[in-house]
Design a protein around this ligand. Structure first.
Ligand SMILES: Nc1nc2c(ncn2[C@@H]2O[C@H](COP(=O)(O)OP(=O)(O)OP(=O)(O)O)[C@@H](O)[C@H]2O)c(=O)[nH]1
Ligand SMILES: [Mg+2]
Length: 420
C-alpha cells in the first residue's frame, strides 16, 4: 500500500513539483526532524487556525488541521507569523491551489477544515449526495414463486417503509408483462432511486424453449440505450442509467437439485448481468432441508460453471475476498416475501401468518430476506454498479463496437449473438 502511494507521488513529481514537495515534507517529518525553531515546529491541533503567508502567489495559505495532523507548509518564509492578507473578517479567501488553475478562488467556512488529500472524499460525498444514486434490480424466475411479492416486500420493508394498510385488499396478480416499479428513497440526506423490474414468470408454456429471451433482450436493450447515449456528439452530462445492476433469480424450494431450466437460464444470464440466486418461499422448508438444499445448489452452480455474484475474479483485494467468501458460502439466500403486516409483541411486522405462528420476513432467525437486502443495498450496491459498468457493460460495448454497427443493429442484431 505504502509502496503504491509512493509510486503515485513519484509519477506526480514531474507534473506538480509543488505538490510533490508538500507531500514529501509530510512524509519525512517524523523521521527527519527539520531544523526549524520551536515556534516553527509547532503542530497545530484540530480546529486551530494556521495562518501562512505564502512565499509567492499561488501558495496555499490557511488551514485548520485535524488532530495530530501535519502542518501543510505552503511557503518557506514567515510561517505562522503574520496574518494572511487574503483572510478578511474571518472569511477565508484562498488563492489557487499549488499547481492548479489560476482561477477558482475558494471561499467559505467549509474550507477552514484541513485541506489535504482526504478532503477529496468530502468533495465526492457532497457531489454524490447531490446527484443521488440510481439502482436497478430485476427479479426473474418461474411463475408463482413470489417475485412480485418480494418486490413489494422490498419496498415495504426497511428500505422505504411504504405503508401497508391493515385493510389491504388488493391482491398481487400474475405478472404478464415486464414492468418497472421505482421509488425515490431518502435517508439522512442521501437520495436513491430504486427501480425493481418485475418480469413475467416462465415455465407456463408446454414448450419453454428459449424462455430466457425476453429477459436477455431487456438487459441488452438497456446496454444499447446507454451505449448510444455515450456515443452521441452532444450527450447528456449524466446519462440516465437503466442498466440492470442485479438480477435476483428465484429457485423453487424443491429441496432437490437445480432444474435444467434453471441451469440454462442462469448460465446465459450470468454472462451479461450479476445474478444473485435466492430460494423462494423458504418458509416451506425445514431448517435442515434449507441448509442441505443451499449446499446442493452451491455444488450445482460450480458443477455447471454458472457465474453468480460476487464472482471471485472480481474481488479487488484480500479484505474484499474475505467478505465475499462469507457471502459465497451463504448463497442462495432463503427468502420469504409478503405484502402484509401483523402485530407481534406490540409491534407491526412484515410477515406471513400461518396456523402455527407468524413468519417474520425481516427477522434473520426466520429467513434470509434481511441478508439479501443488506447485500443489495447496505454492503454491495456500489460494487454491483461497478461490476455492471466495468465488466458486463464493457463486454457488451467491446462486442458491439468491434462488430461496428451501433447505429444499424439493435440488441437483437446478429453481431450480438455471442452476447446472447
Ligand atoms: N408460502 C409463501 N408464499 C408466498 C411467498 N411469496 C409469495 N407467496 C405467494 O405465492 C403466490 C404467487 O406470488 P407472486 O408474487 O404473484 O408470484 P410471481 O413470481 O410474481 O408470479 P408471476 O407473476 O406469475 O411470475 C401468491 O399467492 C403469494 O402470496 C413466500 O415467501 N412464501
Ligand atoms: Mg409476478
Amino acid at each position: 500500500m505504502r509502496e503504491d502511494r509512493l509510486k503515485v507521488e513519484e509519477s506526480e513529481r514531474t507534473e506538480a513539483p509543488e505538490l510533490m514537495e508538500e507531500s514529501e515534507r509530510t512524509e519525512k517529518t517524523p523521521k527527519d526532524p527539520s531544523p526549524l525553531s520551536e515556534e516553527q515546529q509547532h503542530v497545530p491541533q484540530r480546529g486551530e487556525l494556521v495562518l501562512q503567508t505564502g512565499g509567492s502567489e499561488g501558495q496555499p495559505a490557511v488551514g485548520a488541521l485535524p488532530q495530530g495532523g501535519q502542518e501543510g507548509q505552503g511557503g518557506q518564509e514567515g510561517q505562522g507569523s503574520s496574518p494572511d492578507p487574503r483572510v478578511e473578517g474571518g472569511t477565508e479567501t484562498r488563492g489557487p491551489p499549488p499547481g492548479g488553475p489560476q482561477g477558482g478562488v475558494l471561499r467559505g467556512p467549509d474550507l477552514l477544515g484541513y485541506v489535504g488529500i482526504e478532503a477529496v472524499l468530502d468533495q465526492m460525498r457532497r457531489k454524490t449526495m447531490k446527484a443521488g444514486f440510481e439502482f436497478n434490480i430485476m427479479v426473474v424466475g418461474q411463475s408463482g414463486l413470489g417475485k412480485s411479492t418480494l418486490v413489494n416486500t422490498l419496498f415495504k420493508s426497511k428500505v422505504s417503509r411504504k405503508s401497508c394498510s391493515p385493510n389491504y385488499e388488493e391482491k398481487i396478480s400474475k405478472t404478464v408483462q415486464l414492468q418497472s416499479v421505482s421509488h425515490v428513497i431518502e435517508e439522512k440526506g442521501v437520495r436513491m432511486k430504486l427501480t425493481v423490474i418485475d418480469t413475467p414468470g416462465f415455465g407456463d408454456q408446454i414448450n419453454n424453449d428459449r424462455c430466457w429471451e425476453p429477459v436477455l433482450k431487456h438487459v441488452n436493450e438497456q446496454y444499447e440505450k446507454y451505449l448510444k447515449e455515450e456515443l452521441r456528439v452532444n450527450r447528456q452530462r449524466k446519462i440516465p442509467d437503466t442498466r440492470v445492476h442485479c438480477c435476483i433469480y428465484f429457485l423453487p424450494a424443491s429441496g432437490h437439485w437445480l432444474r435444467p431450466i434453471d441451469v440454462e437460464f442462469m448460465k446465459r444470464l450470468g454472462k451479461i448481468v450479476s445474478i444473485v440466486p435466492v430460494i423462494a418461499k423458504a418458509d416451506t422448508l425445514t431448517l435442515e432441508e434449507r441448509t442441505e438444499f443451499k449446499q446442493r445448489i452451491r455444488q450445482d452452480l460450480v458443477a455447471n460453471g454458472i457465474q453468480v455474484y460476487p464472482q471471485k475474479e472480481n474481488d479487488e483485494d484480500a479484505e474484499e475476498r474475505l467478505l465475499n467468501n462469507t457471502i459465497r458460502e451463504s448463497i442462495p439466500f432463503a427468502v420469504v416475501g409478503t405484502d402484509r403486516e401483523h402485530q407481534v409483541n406490540g409491534h407491526r411486522v412484515l410477515g406471513r401468518k400461518t396456523k402455527w405462528g407468524i413468519v417474520e420476513v425481516e427477522n434473520v432467525a426466520h429467513c434470509e430476506f434481511a441478508n439479501l437486502r443488506d447485500l443489495l443495498i447496505r454492503s454491495h450496491l456500489e460494487d454491483l454498479k461497478q461490476v455492471t459498468h466495468d465488466v458486463h457493460y464493457e463486454t457488451y460495448r467491446v462486442q458491439r463496437l468491434t462488430a461496428g454497427a451501433v447505429h444499424q443493429g439493435g440488441p437483437n442484431g446478429s453481431d450480438l449473438e455471442s452476447h446472447l
